[in-house]
Design a protein around this ligand. Sequence first.
Ligand code: COA
Ligand code: AMP
Length: 642
Amino acid sequence: MEQQTTYYELFQRSLANPEAFWQQYADAVPWYTPPRRILSTDAGGLTRWFAGGRLNTCYAAVDYQVENGRADQPALVYDSPVTQTIRAYTYRQLQDEVSRLAGGLRSLGVGKGDRVVIYMPVVPEAVFAMLACARLGAVHSVVFGGFAPHELAIRIDDAQPKVVLSASCGIEVDRVIPYKPLLDAALRLASHHPSRCVILQRPMQPALLHAGQDTDWQALVHDAQPAGCVPVDATDPLYILYTSGTTGKPKGIVRDNGGHAVALRFSLDAIYDVKPGEVFWAASDVGWAVGHSYIVYGPLMHGCTSVLFEGKPVRTPDAGTFWRVVQDHRVKVLFAAPTAFRAIRKEDPEGQLKKKYDLSSLTYLFVAGERCDPSTFHWLTDLTGLPVIDHWWQTESGWPMVANMMGVEPVPPKPGSSARPVCGYDVQILDEDGNQLGPNQEGNVCVKLPLPPGCLPTLWNNTEGFRQAYLSRYPGYYLTGDGGYIDEDGYVFIMGRVDDVINVAGHRLSTGEMEEILAGHPAVAECAVMGIACDIRGQRPIGLVVLKDGVQIQEPQLESELVALIRERIGAVASFRSVAIVKRLPKTRSGKILRKSIRQMADGIAFTVPSTIDDPAILDEIRMVLQTRHIGLAFADTDTAI
Ligand code: COA
Ligand code: AMP
């Protein structure tokens, strides 16, 4: 990064002339053929970056590093307290693992453009799998291991993979979760059938393999000829990552190869201030965007050592685990969700465990995935004495949109704000009519087009859906789905989603989907699901249901059936635990359920009863129900689940 440049100069340059700006950073990517155009629009009028460029993302992340002096540097350090394993892979070893797995996949017929679904726990093989797909020009779609078969099936049907890569089991604190039966169940639910499933057998619980469907991972790799890197276009898809929208159908976010490579390298330098050879740890799951960008592709393309952690911030074995990992691997940058620190704080409020470890390597603590509440921010800052950097992004962007750019010009933090827009993102706050709002006025957070490199160019097989969901609300702008404001100093405050998406322990989930599931229960006439405040997970969903006429069912019975239904269809990660029966739901005269008012009531936030409400007495009824059941922080609700 140009040390002399101020944030403002660099940011202005990125907006005034995006082509010149990103051309400069594109030079850091090892292209086979440099791009012909920096910024262009495709036949459908959508933004494309680096058209004509040819590269291979796996080459940039692995082979290029081997060829340029990093062969013996650790590329990946797998630290798994749940299996008592610590194992480092140098870039040369990573190249060997990845090229053999790619050869194995090729022997199963996987080639450029084919899709491969990866449903795995946080193990090195999951990283090898992603890179092996990239090596072949195949398009991977990683499905978070905590999702239930139904969710996996939806993604299999949409991505239509040739092959699925999975493992016999995952490990959750003190429990083994067999993955293979979940995969088999998903395949029974899906209409599309992959030609092969490759299963990594883990010793804690090996799986029964089905002849004709399953292949043993080790056998496949053992017999494979290493495969080389297949050049692809900059605009070819590298991966699809499904994320929750407002309905039961997740959105297939597409990431291209060229823009992604340029943006991630820029971000490591300019935002995270990390240099090649240094150690970067994103304490996430490979199944999330954070895992894709900052466990796998970003740090490796930047020549860093990346830590892959299979564990939790607490109970594996205790709330000192994060600090132990920082010490053992000399981590410079730690990136985690605020939820993780809230969990640590709950178990070790005075930070006694931290004192046991040498954290001298740690320079920055980055947090994202949900709003970093000021109380967590202050606790963490006081405990560590380090810069705590809240930064805001989405699966769609793939890299931060608002951050304190530590590699350019750090600014003093403001608790509750993720600081200033990152270069390339013209963040604006718009009112309902599309007028730009002034300082401190809250509205819809939007980004003026074009989005910078790395952001989604479209949705998988659904360009119309892409336009509808993101571009149609305000022509010329990308709609982020978040509400917030920008203060007089240009600091952005993201206040939460304005749609039916919630964030539970950093996991993005759709309340719309949960409502669809609850509504399918034979006793339920009508329902509403809201994300209410939770002192550990940030938010947790609750359901209010109205019974069909004549149905006789006790509330505890219905609650346990509906809780089981959400676990079965979405997964335990939804942390859906509370259902209350109500007589009626509060609505506007036009029939819109007033979910926000219910949420604010549960959270103890003062609110004005909307003037459009049909019958204000219903809100009082709901208040009584929440109070009687102790649902919501306003009614002495406590999260006892960690
Ligand atoms: N596979 C299978 N099950 C999973 C899973 C996975 N990969 N991840 C979570 N689950 C299950 C858990 O076992 C738990 O099941 P239970 O209800 O039967 O106990 C349930 O889903 C809820 O999980 P979680 O919310 O993670 O609760 P927890 O009590 O296990 O842990 C935290 C709480 C706060 C420690 C944990 O949520 C956490 O570390 N959060 C940070 C998340 C994060 O890093 N997000 C990345 C975004 S940047
Ligand atoms: P995901 O796509 O899973 O990364 O979730 C993206 C959503 O998480 C955003 O739209 C926000 O609602 C929320 N989010 C992520 N990071 C932050 C942050 N730093 N501050 C506030 N909200 C955040």
